[in-house]
Design a binder for this molecule. Sequence first.
Ligand code: A59
Length: 240
Amino acid sequence: ANSHRLWPEIDRVVKQEVSMASLGVGECGSGWQLFAEDGEMRMFRREEEMDGMVVDPLKAVHVVKGITGHEVCHYFFNPQYRYDWETTLEHMIVLETVSEDTLIFHQTHKRIWPASQRDVVFWSHTRRLPNDQDRDGPDIWTVVNNSTEHPDHPANAGKCVRIFLTVCLLCQTRVDPPKDGAPVSRDDITCKITYCSVVNPGGWAPASVLRAVYKREYPKFLKRFTAYVKNQTKDKPIMY
Ligand SMILES: CCCCCc1ccc(-c2ccc(S(=O)(=O)CCO)cc2)cc1/C=C\c1ccccn1
């Protein structure tokens, strides 16, 4: 709801993250290096450190047939599906339901040896965006997750090291209607997914460990998540 204390921040961060995600990896200036490729999925990262800690921004682009951007964002945003696809998740709770399109989460992630266990508090907002290029084309959908504070879960008060993240999932749907005028089926839709994330690991974690975790976990996450959405939607009506 646009009366909520977080609304101005949410609106600002969503706009800036969507414009960043919309830039191609070429346009963001140099620095993006391809580190994983699997079929249509390409993962890029920039090697960046902050106070000696690895905070490598990540940008993944993927093209998946048979699902829409609305469906991808629906399964990414809604908490009831998260344990099905987020393999590193140990515990998740919705701290606040700000509105039907904005939630505040607390998550603890499985410990990744030799680093200590991490947790995160973030607001999550999903939104349909007008499609500037193609007026009568399907809309663009996004989910933005951004770290925030919450009185019930102060940072580093328990066993976990608090991480800080900004994540943007941006989805553009394309429909290629069948020539013979038959109704559009899932074979005629394609979704271009851009996933951007910057994770500050909070406390110290060896750069080699973090980069190994990212190299292993991110490709696994995006493949698993998109396969999950295809499987969940294959026998359901198309959600545009
Ligand atoms: C030493 C390890 C420190 C970092 C561990 C870690 C904690 C959390 C997170 C994380 C990643 C994506 C999100 S989200 O996109 O908002 C979806 C909702 O869950 C939230 C959290 C990442 C990671 C680090 C690696 C890693 C990478 C891809 C998948 C899983 N883990």
